[in-house]
Design a protein around this ligand. Structure first.
Ligand SMILES: C[S@@+](CC[C@H](N)C(=O)[O-])C[C@H]1O[C@@H](n2cnc3c(N)ncnc32)[C@H](O)[C@@H]1O
Length: 245
């Protein structure tokens, strides 16, 4: 017999299981390649303006969604597979007083709970890279867009293949990427197979310093929160201490 609901184990806390994304949700900062600079580029490429209804997939703690609602004035629906991310995104929207233009929901990119053709644009920043079934995810992005709608993706690529094994291991350990990272050509293939027409696909390289600057979009308050929560976790979580030494 399946266990009664009340007998089911609750999800482990971040103290018990400080995985990469749970840590990001806990500290309140998620990121993608290029930070705010590439977000602005994607917004421009997708022609997002005040009248655009945007779906942000894998919105993390909601920094891009809040930015769009605040700076562009458009309506945004942000989804993420992790309830902890959605909780943080809602907190951010309340703090930034943009709740009237924003909605956040827990949803899986490979099975979006929306009707066909609902959105004018879909923004996806460093999300599909982490998804095993990339075809299913991209088909969903295409499905929920209106005819002529625009999908803007910023995803990790290998510049050369096959990548050295130690780098694959490093990516798995450091960024929790346990699926195949693909080349730019493969991304284009996947996007075209879902019926999307490619207008631009451009590779970029980022150095260590750019990586650090990805967090520059967060303000002083966010950094203090991040510092405080990380310090607290260090003293309350043995698995975190073991992982960070
Ligand atoms: C590297 S973070 C980027 C977050 C955000 N886009 C940003 O740039 O700050 C990747 C995000 O994708 C989310 N994610 C991973 N798999 C997902 C899926 N199948 N459906 C929806 N979100 C997913 C993670 O929970 C995480 O918030």
């Amino acid at each position: 017999m399946p266990p009664e609901r009340s007998e089911q184990k609750p999800a482990p806390s971040v103290e018990e299981d400080p995985t990469y994304f749970e840590l990001h949700a806990y500290t309140g900062a998620t990121k993608h390649m290029g930070g705010l600079r590439t977000t602005k580029e994607l917004i421009e490429l997708c022609g997002i303006d005040e009248g655009t209804y945007v779906l942000e997939i894998g919105c993390g703690v909601g920094a891009t969604a809040c930015y769009m609602a605040k700076e562009i004035g458009c309506r945004v629906l942000g989804v993420d597979i992790r309830p902890s991310m959605i909780e943080r995104a809602k907190e951010r929207a309340a703090r930034e007083h943009v709740e009237d233009r924003l909605e956040f929901r827990v949803a899986d990119a490979t099975d979006l709970p929306f009707e066909d053709g609902l959105f004018d644009a879909a923004l996806v920043e460093s999300v599909t890279t982490f998804i095993e079934d990339k075809t299913a995810a991209i088909q969903e992005y295409a499905r929920v867009l209106k005819p002529g709608g625009c999908a803007g993706l910023n995803e990790e690529i290998w510049l050369k293949t096959p990548p050295p094994e130690e780098i694959v291991d490093y990516a798995a350990k450091t960024w929790d990427i346990h699926t195949e990272i693909v080349t730019l050509d493969r991304w284009v293939e996947l996007l075209e197979a879902s019926g999307l027409e490619i207008t631009l696909a451009s590779p970029r390289t980022f150095g260590v310093m750019t990586n650090v600057s990805e967090l520059a979009r967060y303000g002083c308050r966010d950094f203090l929160t991040l510092l405080w929560r990380t310090t607290k976790l260090y003293f309350t979580s043995a698995p975190f201490r073991q992982g960070s030494t």
